[in-house]
Ligand binder design. Structure first.
Ligand SMILES: *[C@@H]1O[C@H](CO)[C@@H](O)[C@H](O)[C@H]1NC(C)=O
Ligand SMILES: *[C@@H]1O[C@H](CO)[C@@H](O)[C@H](O)[C@H]1NC(C)=O
Length: 272
């Protein structure tokens, strides 16, 4: 099932994107016939029906932005010995404005549309690979992250009982997670080849608890791992139970300001 209950993660909370009228709304397509497309609208996206993905330009703070944020879909490939991969890019040209430098302007991402709304305990694996390069020609603030949502209620990603989980791979320009001021609530000594610190706090606009895992050593353009290990690590430190539902999952980048292109190749799927 396609979950449209997509969300955003933010230091300053966004409004949830309402479905917008065409041509910004959901567009169904087949990756075999879909030409590369650049989407710059506030909620412009494309569902690639023969893949596990939606590609989304969620420009939720466009009104606070001087500049543009676009998401470019390029192609889908299927290596003979592996899972499908999607090539896409986040293209941002956002002026630095003092009063909004701490406001994420949007989220450009690839989200899952398949095998969601499943209990974590019923998921066999979440194989993921995220390879990226970021080329910025001005000072840039933003991160590279996975972002999932869970709840003890199937399908819930908006109530106060839902939880948002972020796995930050890399961040620059001074971006900090919700809960930074209070300090880490847990440490995870060994996961995906590094140690991590967990920061937690409620996003005051959505009322949703955000649990962000930040690596002690940032990834430098390449990540590979089974994201079920991340979610299991959160179970182990008591964030939720393994009976919780995984309702949303995606990977992307949240720009605050700067002129940059993030070119990425992503593999991400839920195997039941
Ligand atoms: C890219 O962004 C980083 C972080 O803001 C900054 O330190 C660096 O100078 C930027 N590169 C250029 C060419 O402006
Ligand atoms: C990076 O993305 C931009 C925007 O889609 C594209 O023009 C460029 O060719 C990409 N570069 C690479 C190396 O894929």
């Amino acid at each position: 099932m396609l979950s449209l209950a997509l969300f955003t993660a933010a230091l300053v909370a966004p409004a949830l994107a309402a479905p917008a009228p065409a041509p910004q709304g959901i567009t169904l397509s087949n990756s075999a016939t879909q030409a590369p497309i650049t989407m710059c609208g506030t909620a412009q996206n494309i569902v690639l029906t023969d893949t596990p993905w939606i590609v989304y330009n969620m420009f939720y703070n466009q009104r606070q932005t001087r500049g543009s944020m676009c998401t470019a879909y390029s192609s889908v490939s299927k290596p003979s010995n592996g899972n499908k991969l999607i090539k896409w890019a986040a293209v941002t040209d956002i002026d630095y404005v003092q009063s909004t430098n701490n406001v994420p302007k949007g989220y450009t991402f690839v989200g899952l549309t398949q095998n969601l709304e499943t209990r974590l305990s019923a998921i066999s694996s979440i194989p993921a690979s995220y390879d990226w390069t970021r080329t910025n020609s001005t000072a840039y603030k933003g991160n590279i992250a996975f972002d999932f949502m869970t709840s003890d209620t199937k399908g819930d990603s908006t109530s106060g009982a839902a939880q948002e989980l972020m796995l930050w791979l890399e961040y620059t320009g001074g971006q900090l997670p919700i809960g930074w001021v209070e300090g880490p609530t847990a440490t995870i000594p060994s996961l995906f080849g590094t140690s991590w610190k967990l920061y937690q706090g409620v996003n005051l606009d959505t009322g949703i608890l955000v649990s962000s895992l930040l690596p002690d050593k940032m990834f430098t353009g390449s990540f590979k791992g089974d994201l079920k290990e991340w979610l299991n690590a959160l179970v182990k430190v008591g964030v939720f139970k393994s009976s919780t539902f995984v309702n949303v999952g995606n990977a992307g980048t949240e720009p605050f300001y700067g002129k940059a292109v993030v070119n990425a190749t992503l593999g991400l799927q839920i195997n039941l």
